[in-house]
Write a protein that binds this ligand. Structure first.
Ligand code: ZN
Length: 59
């Protein structure tokens, strides 16, 4: 199951660190850093991504 960046929607995340704060992911395609990622294996990504972007960016 790919991990998708909540900002750019690309599967370019990699695990930055794991620890007491939890896993932190960083995106190679944009500036996103955080523990929130999208795990999706279905085709209905658009709605999911829109929700995730709103949660991540506050817009
Ligand atoms: Zn990104």
């Amino acid at each position: 199951m790919p991990l998708l960046c909540p900002q750019c929607g690309k599967p370019t995340l990699y695990l930055e660190t794991g620890g007491v704060m939890g896993d932190i992911y960083r995106c190679k395609n944009c500036t996103y850093i955080g523990n929130f990622v999208i795990e999706s294996d279905d085709d209905d990504l658009s709605d999911e991504l829109r929700e995730a972007r709103r949660a991540a960016t506050g817009k």
